[in-house]
Write a protein that binds this ligand. Structure first.
Ligand code: AMP
Ligand code: MN
Length: 340
């Protein structure tokens, strides 16, 4: 890989150096990320694993949940071990934790007390590692992994490039979110040079719906509520809806972005009561509408334009409070909306 691209935050330099030294002086790694992994967590973990392979090091990837099915077309997904307890035989000299504000976000027990390298780009990271590199300005954790891999002197193989691109493509909401910088494109440029085909990536990630998912999209949009003069969209999904469409919870990825394609809609909230007890709440927004603040108020997190949380309550107990806060966030965001 060539030198780090311009605009790598200066303060990051010494932390990247510390991570490089920690990795070079160790042999056995565990890699993990948050439960219900998304493209950034999958891409960041696998890019790192392939880089460790190139250095002749051992690594095991341990996740609480399976990735959405279509990610299994990408290299190395079968390496991921799905378990909520670190296996007894998982001896390691270090654990690399990506995308997690605290260790509980992994959904896996047993990482506590180990030598942890914490790499994350979400606001509010708890700095629980021996090394904590936290950069809120990164559009994806994959951008940070790109820097680490460069510092390790590992060339950009097609596998690494694929996973870095996957991380960036998905965590920018396919280049929609407001955290994209020249650096984002420079890294993507290098991945394409290393063999990534952006058309194939986009088709695999975004155009791999089942017919059942199309039915589910229809049902969700049909029942969608609009409030605040159409500026906020509310979607709700329960088990019955999933069953009627022959879908599982894994089929819901990306659906939340659809309402934002309407010009008037500034934010979307998606309440899911399917599966486990409680409510899973996902939010997306445009421009300066800050849904992370809303997620934080309910114990969750994320980014300005994409955030979420889970609560044990019933939907009827929280819906109004969430909607009220979102309407305030929409109004606040519209005041500072960028021109042009
Ligand atoms: P989702 O709506 O599940 O796709 O999540 C959107 C963003 O919010 C992602 O960056 C997640 O990592 C983040 N996020 C979702 N739930 C939580 C949570 N409980 N705590 C912290 N961050 C979260
Ligand atoms: Mn991310």
């Amino acid at each position: 890989m060539s030198n780090p691209v311009p605009d790598t935050p200066a303060t990051a330099g010494s932390l990247i150096g510390q991570i490089r030294d920690a990795v070079m002086s160790r042999q056995r790694f565990l890699i993990t990320s948050h439960s219900r992994p998304d493209g950034d967590s999958i891409g960041s973990q696998l890019a790192m694993a392939f880089a460790l392979d190139a250095l002749g090091k051992q690594s095991r990837i341990i996740n609480a949940d399976r990735a959405p099915e279509h990610y299994y077309e990408f290299p190395g997904l079968d390496r991921i071990e799905i378990t909520t307890d670190v296996p007894g035989d998982a001896a390691a000299d270090a654990v690399i934790v990506m995308e997690c504000g605290d260790l509980a976000r992994t959904g896996v027990r047993g990482f506590e007390g180990r030598y942890i390298i914490n790499i994350d780009h979400h606001a509010g990271n708890r700095m629980y590692g021996a090394i904590n590199w936290f950069d809120e300005s990164a559009a994806a954790c994959g951008e940070m992994v790109y820097d680490v891999i460069g510092a390790l002197g590992v060339p950009m193989s097609p596998e690494i490039a694929t996973h870095i691109y996957l991380a960036i493509l998905t965590d920018t909401g396919s280049f929609h979110h407001s955290n994209i910088t020249p650096r984002t494109f420079e890294i993507c440029r290098q991945t394409v040079e290393a063999g990534v085909n952006p058309a194939i990536m986009a088709r695999r990630v975004y155009d791999s719906n089942s017919f059942g998912k199309l039915k589910l999209i229809g049902a969700l949009l049909d029942q969608m509520l609009l409030v605040d003069e159409g500026r906020l969209a509310i979607m709700r999904m329960d088990d019955a809806m999933l069953e009627a469409c022959g879908c599982t919870n894994n089929d819901t990825e990306g659906i939340i972005n659809l309402p934002l394609t309407a010009r008037e809609i500034q934010a979307v909230v998606f309440f899911k009561t399917s599966g486990a007890d409680g409510v899973r709440v996902s939010m997306r927004s445009k421009y300066d509408v800050d849904v992370r603040m809303v997620a934080s108020a309910f114990g969750g997190g994320g980014h300005k334009n994409a955030a979420g949380f889970t609560v044990p309550d019933r939907l009827s107990d929280i819906q109004d409070r969430v909607v009220e806060r979102l309407i305030r966030a929409v109004h606040e965001g519209l005041r500072t909306r960028p021109k042009g």
